[in-house]
Design a protein around this ligand. Sequence first.
Ligand code: SF4
Length: 167
Amino acid sequence: MLFLKKTYTESNSELLSINAAVDLGALLLDGFGDGIWISAPSIALAERCSISFGILQATRTRISKTEYISCPSCGRTLFDLQETTQKIRARTHHLKGIKIGIMGCIVNGPGEMADADYGYVGTGTDKISLYKGQELVKKNIHAQTAVDALIELIQQHGDWVEPPQTV
Ligand code: SF4
């Protein structure tokens, strides 16, 4: 195991995130290293951990949280994509290692989320189809119930875990 360590003097976590991604993320993408150690005395440990896991996930060195693929939406999107994406994130962000595609339309959506584990795709005004991989499993369900249906689909395929309890 090779860990890449770098010490930073930044006191701004956003700047630290950018600089560490450029320095350490680039090396990971080139195949150097198995892990990273961000030393930054001015930034809290929890924040450094969050930045580190983000870099490891982005470089696919270690997948520790849910990934989302979302289209930018356009005139073909006939549901509130931003609000829906937030709802789906809120309910699934604790799942480890799955990829969810959230696409505005059936025309290009399935192709653009080709490697997603689950897909949520608009098919008409407030109509949604759900995919498991590239397979269409629920067609034209109402947007109001579609997020619940997506969670059920994830549960049926054994990829669901309950979110950690907050005290
Ligand atoms: S997937 Fe469909 S809705 Fe989303 S940007 Fe592409 S064409 Fe527009």
